[in-house]
Design a protein around this ligand. Sequence first.
Ligand code: DSN
Length: 423
Amino acid sequence: MYHDWFLNSLDNSDKEIYDVLINELNRGRRGLEMIASENYVSKAVLEAMGSVLTNKYSEGYPGKRYYGGNEYIDVAEQLAISRAKKLFGADFVNVQSHSGSSANMETYFALIEIGDPILSMSLDHGGHLTHGHKVNFSGHFYKINSYGVEKETGRIDMNKVEMIAKETNPKLIMAGFSAYSRELDFKHFKEIADSVDAFLVSDIAHIAGLVAAKVHPDPVPYSDVVTTTTHKTLRGPRGAIIMGKEEYEASINKAVFPGMQGGPLDHIIAAKAVSFKEALQPDFIEYAKSIKVNAKALAESLIENGATLVSGGTDNHLILLDISKYNMGGKIAERTLDEVGIFTNKNMIPFDTRTPFDPSGIRIGTPALTTRGLGKSEMKTIGEFIVKTLDNYQDKNVLQEIKQGVNELCDQFPLYPGFTALH
Ligand code: DSN
């Protein structure tokens, strides 16, 4: 009902953007969303995002604002903070970061000086741009040393991390990734950080929902600061939070505002609060468990059908498919999978010999499809679809047949069933 009201207004004022929304909804309905960092928020989260709270300015923090009229904004931000603290068991939470990149920048600004050494996972082994890539602010502002995965196992060797830390004396160690399908040993990371007197920052953007549901080892007790986006496995609005030990609260808050950001996005903060309440419910634990069960089932199916997976499988929500045996790069693989209605992204694999624009990997995840209600048996079918698509990427007839299968699967699991296009 809410959505119809929203679309009614938009339909009358801006037909072009109205069409974008309808087309995007229909694109989602017709395909299988398997981008590991994407998800579908609840209608309640959408409502909070598309609300009057977007109108307000509220620089500062609850009870200490630079503008008047923030009595209700304060309630929303305080709820977001207290719910996130409960969810993650953190001493403090700052809920104002606009994105994962801002959260990481704010954390570096709070903890270390420009030019200081950082140790982080390299992007081509599964890290993230903001962990120190040379094209990113982090690579410009800090001296970056990297750890990666082993060629034979596709896994991080913590003894190597320790060795590199001892050699390079980082001021900050970053534990986190955007394309690694195994669990991180945060306790060991903390021991290494302590041994070289470095801060341990854990970027749990990908696994936050799994951590919140306690189906992944918990970084919070071991990390000085933890950053996360809120829109991946955590299934909240697009944005981020920073949390950590009490002694860093003041410097993190200062780095966020006034250090990096101006007015907070109050509609997004309210939506964060809504999603944290959802993540505190028992059914979220079931959801997080199912993400992992589905990822394992998908990995098994891919392997049974002849695919090669980096590290040979998964312990979390994502799978990195090594497509180097095919006579094509990730660009064509991603496009062909798109054509049959399976949405993934091309991704570097460790020791990749190709470029980031056309790498040797495809990254796949199960958070969105698990939200949509798909289970183990569907994962088995999707594994078959994916391998068959890659094996037959030049055969239009086979691709058409797979597309038909994808459509049938999509019809069984309606996406946002209450939302109706008005024309
Ligand atoms: N873009 C996100 C991802 O896809 O993992 C990370 O920032």
